[in-house]
Design a protein around this ligand. Sequence first.
Ligand code: V47
Length: 381
Amino acid sequence: MQTETTVERHPFRTHDPALKPVAAKVMAGERLSFDDGLALYRSSDVLAVGWLANRVRERMHGDVTYFNVNRHINPTNVCVASCRLCAFGRKKGDSAGYTMALEEAWETAASGYSEAVTEFHIVGGLHPDLPFEYFMDLVRGLKERFPKVHIKAFTMVEVAYLARRAKLTIEETLRRMREAGVDSMPGGGAEIFAPQVRSVICDHKIDGQEWLDTARLAHKMGFRSNATMLYGHIESDADRVDHILRLREVQDETGGFQTFIPLAFHPENTALDHLPVTTGLTDIRQIAASRLLLDNFAHIKAYWQMMTPKIAQIALRFGADDLDGTVIEEKIYHDAGAKTPQGMTRKELCRLITEAGRVPVERDTLYHAVTRTEDSFLIAV
Ligand code: V47
């Protein structure tokens, strides 16, 4: 599909001497070290960092750029944690708290979009009272009603919380999730693994090691999952590199991560609202550094809801090969002040990709290409 590579069009040049040895490793296909990671974050030549990431991206995927037709479902925003990073969670009894009845969640799954979704993305608060079986019934009901739709549900943080509430081991919890119909797991809750940062932004969540151990176990049981990193708050460059390399280590062992999604912190309505929002260049550099450091991850996602469609489109030339999906109804970022639309159509996503000079490919959650017939554009009820 690709005609001429970036290498042929524009040869590599940089004015940053610290980037030259890193570039030599990238060209030779060698793994980058912690210090190389720091050089990527600290380089004054962000275009050269982007060039390198784009080269790796084109080596792996050519011009192909993935998107999917998905729907987010957030069954409850009631949460026992009080993470400073979060604008979504509400305490039990808060008038802005909500919990969907099961029928309501199943109706939500079918609403608001005219094309058949291939994925439900389900995450929510850590509810103090909802029993484990509520979540399993939710998944079972969705599978009954939408047997062809992939269910990507519950972050590692939710899995660990549900296990604790149900007094089950993590392994048994994952086994029951699979029986109920969960197909894979989203990448949320990873935030930043470094304990000194985690204790400020999300001290009520499982620690970084538990997140990684839960992901490792899920992968060993046959689940695939995603991985995220929340950046643009109080973390240092070293914390970012540490986070990414810890994911790379687990991926070497399991191969179970599908895609890495860097998430920019949105401070509005959070306890950290004194912090500034990230700039476009920080977002772009983050995508590029991730592509270069995560040599064992197949995909880097520029999540348009978080980055804005405009920056996400540019990210497709800086290492990203995936935009995520139609989403339909996003709550977590919009509660934190995101100005992006709540959802996009398939046509709009294709336009963004095509205008970036890339080739759009609709994928399912596991990155198989989706071929649509007339019928498959209709909602599958
Ligand atoms: O874990 C919460 C982040 C995540 C804020 O796996 C915030 O395909 C910015 O993980 N500002 C949830 N970020 C979203 C998530 C995700 C999104 C899209 C695709 C996938 C996938 C996963 O959102 C949380 C946290 O890191 N978050 N609050 C905030 N104020």
